[in-house]
Design a protein around this ligand. Structure first.
Ligand code: MTE
Ligand code: MO
Length: 240
């Protein structure tokens, strides 16, 4: 199994932000208080830090079963068919709000690829199912000035971005299923973004908003050192 070497990625610049943050957590509360960019939502970093061992070496070990649970905030409201809504707006002609039933009634696409986190764990051959983002963009009618897409989440904190070209790929889904089951709350259900050709940080959990913008607005981790283009090694960057 090809396990990603954090050192190698660090040389490329991608995960330095989070590695540095986790390193600061090791320095204790004084380090936290001194870090201005931790002042909002630092408890989320603790929640995430609790997922890694003190040495940070977990990510170097083969991971037999599965996913880790990541959230940048300590608690996230639960949503289901009674209260879930996804809005699409910004530079579109027909802004719209979808319920879970609306999304389930649309044509469903299944994509099976390997999931990789920049922390070094991976889950091979993971099926995701849902509605192509390109379908929602077409329904909304992207205006000529639209160049990118910004994603917001009902955790109230995480954001992500794609160029319009990336967003229109057939392997980018508004995902309703993961491993052929409804996405659990822990994994970002009932609806998460799934960007198959990129590192898993691009796949925003608890998706609630899609906004077409005139330029890429870097997402949460991207403001903290991650690559805006999160391509996996070997991804076909020009696939339709
Ligand atoms: N809303 C939200 N989405 C998120 C994250 C997060 O903290 N909050 N973490 C990202 C990262 S870094 C990864 S690796 C995956 C983890 O997904 P999982 O918790 O389902 O394993 O979600 C991505 N999407
Ligand atoms: Mo990740």
């Amino acid at each position: 199994m090809a396990v990603e070497q954090p050192g190698k990625r660090a040389a490329e610049g991608a995960p330095v932000g989070r590695r540095a943050l986790l390193g600061m957590l090791g320095a204790g509360a004084a380090g936290l208080a001194a870090a201005p960019y931790l002042q909002s939502g630092w408890e989320g970093f603790l929640a995430k830090a609790s997922q890694v061992d003190a040495t940070g070496l977990t990510g170097l070990l083969p991971n037999p079963g599965g996913f880790r649970y990541y959230s940048i905030v300590g608690s996230v409201p639960h949503k289901d068919e009674t209260n879930y809504q996804l809005t699409i707006g910004g530079l579109v002609d027909r802004p719209k709000t979808y319920t879970l039933a609306d999304l389930r009634a649309m044509p469903q696409t299944r994509v099976v690829r390997d999931v990789l986190c920049t922390d070094g764990w991976r889950v091979d051959d993971t099926p995701f199912g849902g509605v192509r983002l390109s379908h929602l963009l077409d329904d909304a009618g992207v205006r000529g000035s639209g160049q990118a897409v910004r994603f917001t989440c009902f955790d109230g904190a995480y954001t992500e971005s794609l160029t319009l070209e990336q967003a229109r790929r057939s392997d980018v889904l508004i995902a309703l299923t993961m491993q052929d089951k409804p996405i659990t709350h822990e994994h970002g259900g009932p609806v998460r973004l799934y960007v198959a050709p990129m590192y898993f940080y691009k796949s925003a959990k608890w998706l609630s908003g899609i906004s077409v913008t005139d330029k890429v607005v870097p997402g949460f981790w991207e403001e903290r050192g991650y690559a805006v283009d999160g391509w996996l090694d070997g991804a076909d960057r020009h696939a339709a």
